[in-house]
Design a binder for this molecule. Structure first.
Ligand SMILES: Nc1n[nH]c2ccc(-c3ccc(NS(=O)(=O)c4cccc(Cl)c4)cc3)cc12
Length: 290
C-alpha cells in the first residue's frame, strides 16, 4: 500500500512552516537508504493535545484524503506510530514553497498575480462544491508548484457545512488570523462560504502588494486602528470594518481588481461574489492584459 510510510525510512531535511498546533517538515522518504528516495512534506501535531485534538487531526487528514483538484495539495499517505496514537500526514512536496515566500522572491507582474488568484479561486470553488469552508485562506497557506501553478496547502481549520445549513459557528477562537476574518466572524464567530470569499479578498490584496511586510494586512489594519487600540484589537477592528474602512489599493493594482477586493469585503455576506463568478472575473481582467 503506497499510502503507508514507515518512520524508519523518513529522513528529516528542514521545517517548511509552523502553525499554532502543528508543523510542516520536509523529509526524504528513502526506503532503499541510498539517497534515491522522494521528498515529501510531513504535517504533524506539535504536542499531544488530548482526544479532542486527535479527533480533529484525524478529521483534517480525512478531508485532505477526499480532495482531488489540481489547485489543492495532494495527499500521499500517513505514517503512524504507537499503534495509531501518533499519525503524521504525508503530502506531496512543492519545491517553490509558499506563495508568500515565492512572491517576495520573484516579484511577479500583474498578469502572473492574477493567474495565481484565479487558481486559488478554482481550488476554493472545488472545496465549496463539497460543502467545505476553509477558514484560513491566506498567502502563507498557498503553495507554488511552478510559475504557472499554485495549490491550497493547508486545511487545518476546514469545516464541513451540512446540507441546508448556511454557516458554521465556532466556539474556540485561539490565535485566529483575525486580519483575514470577515466582520461576521469577528462579531458572531459565524463562518460561511462568504467568509472564505472575504479571506480571498485579503489574500488577493497580499498578492498585489507582493506580500510586502510593510503593507501586510496585520500591519496596515493596526495602523488604521490607531495606537490606542492595543489589547481591544477585535473590538476596534469591528468598528473599523463597520465604518466601511478597508485595506488600501496596492500600488500598481488595477482599479477593477481593487473593486473586486472591495466586493469580497462587502459588509453583507450575501453580496460577496461566489468563487465560481470570481474565477471568470479574475480571468477576464487577466486576459485584458494581452
Ligand atoms: N513546500 C511544501 N510542499 N508541500 C507542502 C505542504 C504544506 C506546506 C505548508 C502549508 C502551510 C503553511 N503555512 S503555516 O502558516 O506555516 C501553517 C499553517 C497551519 C498549520 C501549519 Cl502546521 C502550518 C506552511 C507550509 C508546505 C509544503
Amino acid at each position: 500500500d503506497p499510502s503507508i510510510f514507515h518512520k524508519r525510512h523518513l529522513k528529516r531535511v528542514r521545517i517548511l512552516g509552523e502553525g499554532n498546533f502543528g508543523k510542516v517538515t520536509l523529509y526524504m522518504y528513502d526506503p532503499n537508504n541510498d539517497g534515491t528516495g522522494e521528498r515529501v512534506a510531513v504535517k504533524a501535531l506539535k504536542q499531544d493535545g488530548g482526544q479532542t485534538q486527535h479527533e480533529c487531526w484525524m478529521k483534517e487528514i480525512d478531508i485532505l484524503k477526499s480532495l482531488y483538484h489540481p489547485n489543492i495539495v495532494k495527499y500521499k499517505g500517513c505514517c503512524t506510530e504507537q499503534g495509531g496514537q501518533i499519525v503524521q500526514l504525508i503530502m506531496e512536496y512543492l519545491p517553490l514553497g509558499s506563495l508568500k515566500e515565492h512572491i517576495i522572491a520573484s516579484k511577479p507582474g500583474v498578469p502572473q498575480c492574477l493567474l495565481f488568484a484565479q487558481q486559488i479561486c478554482q481550488g476554493m470553488a472545488y472545496l465549496h462544491s463539497k460543502r467545505y469552508i476553509h477558514r484560513d485562506l491566506a498567502a502563507r497557506n498557498v503553495l507554488v508548484e511552478n510559475d504557472n501553478m499554485v495549490k491550497i496547502g493547508d486545511f487545518g481549520l476546514t469545516k464541513h457545512i451540512p446540507e441546508g445549513e448556511g454557516y458554521y459557528r465556532v466556539r474556540e477562537n485561539g490565535d485566529s488570523p483575525v486580519y483575514w476574518y470577515a466582520i461576521e466572524c469577528l462579531k458572531e464567530s459565524k463562518f460561511s462560504f462568504s467568509s472564505d470569499v472575504w479571506s480571498f479578498g485579503v489574500t488577493l490584496y497580499e498578492i498585489l502588494t507582493r506580500c510586502d511586510y510593510r503593507m501586510s494586512p496585520p500591519k496596515k489594519l493596526v495602523e488604521m486602528l490607531g495606537p490606542a487600540q492595543g489589547q481591544m484589537i477585535v473590538t476596534a477592528l469591528i468598528a473599523l470594518l463597520e465604518r466601511r474602512k478597508t485595506l488600501p489599493c496596492p500600488k500598481d493594482c488595477p482599479q477593477e481588481v481593487y473593486m473586486l477586493m472591495k466586493q469580497c469585503w462587502d459588509i453583507d455576506p450575501l453580496l460577496r461574489p461566489p468563487f465560481d463568478s470570481l474565477i471568470e472575473r479574475v480571468e477576464t481582467i487577466r486576459k485584458s492584459y494581452g
